[in-house]
Write a protein that binds this ligand. Sequence first.
Ligand SMILES: Cc1ncc(COP(=O)(O)O)c(C=O)c1O
Length: 380
Amino acid sequence: MKIHSNSHPLKVDVPSVSEIDEIAAFHSKLPGYVPTPLVSIDGIAKELGIRRLLVKDEGKRFGLKAFKALGASYAVYKLLQERDAGKLQPEEFLSERGKKLAEGITFTCATDGNHGRALAWIARLLGRKAVIFMPQGSVPSRIDAIRSEGADVVVVEGGYDDAVRRASEEAEKKGWVVIADVGYPGYMEIPRYIQMGYMTIFRETINQLVERGEKTPDIVFLQAGVGAFASASALYFNDPADGIRLVSVEPGDADCLFRSAEAGDGTAHSSPAFGNTIMAGLNCETPSMAAWPIVRDRFDCYITIEDHYAEVAMRVLTGEGIVAGESGAAGLGGLIALLEEDPSFAEEKLQLRDDAHVLVINTEADTDPEGYRRIVGTIG
Ligand SMILES: Cc1ncc(COP(=O)(O)O)c(C=O)c1O
């Protein structure tokens, strides 16, 4: 495990309250919307020596097995709203008015699975086509899930960065619309909307805790690929003065946020090669430019974990009745790894002690059912 800590996390700028309300109103109008479960697993908290362990189960989001549709849907809505001079309302998104605004669009993106499935779902609901680019080695079940939404899938030779490049080149040639979660110079607006869309996870969590009369978490572990998801937590828990510590968790050899933080020059750095990890959703070489500055300023700590910890966390969650895929379980994997490998850092730098309330997010269910069965020994 590698650890890098940021001793001076900063407050980051957030979307306005009315924008955050708009995001929540928008999501509540999507088919199948219900807040995902927030489960407190007290037995495991006790074993880990903490007060409370909360798991927000995004494996149940919209029946798509992952959280990503919160981002893709909001970005597409904002795109159509812009085409409508700002007039399109949340409840009109999938109506004839929304569909008319989407006429002629082919959507495209790169994905390691979940974002592509989310975009394919939105495209289908709007009656549009999607072409999704995936890195080599993508497992058949994730490809099939995207095709089942009616999208075309192209598996590229190369890693995630190559898939991002191909999506952007093909879009340029063919006039398709890219809905990417990776921001780069000249392409920042859509990724920012995707990040804002993910804020609903944290808004729901806090509402659920308030309803139960429970306190907000002290520490949140967030698994990271390009950092869009992590940045949403930073936007929601934007002020370190509130005392909430944010910890990024990446695979050992797909560690672009860790490397960027460790370099200490403020800029984003890539991991040297396409990683070899079971955490496919986190296997990204380069941080999103739209996410990195937010994560950089606000996050307290960056850790990397070996695959073994994701597997342990998957089994732990299964024992609690929560189906978590490899990337889904990685936040909990990070907590377990930190307590096992560097408990004194955990205690001194993060105040991860017996009174701590910790939040992790299960960001995906068994999106690779065969892999899930191999690791956990049972069906999801
Ligand atoms: C299940 C899962 N968790 C976490 C992430 C990380 O999100 P991001 O790439 O925004 O850091 C992904 C990204 O694909 C994912 O699929």
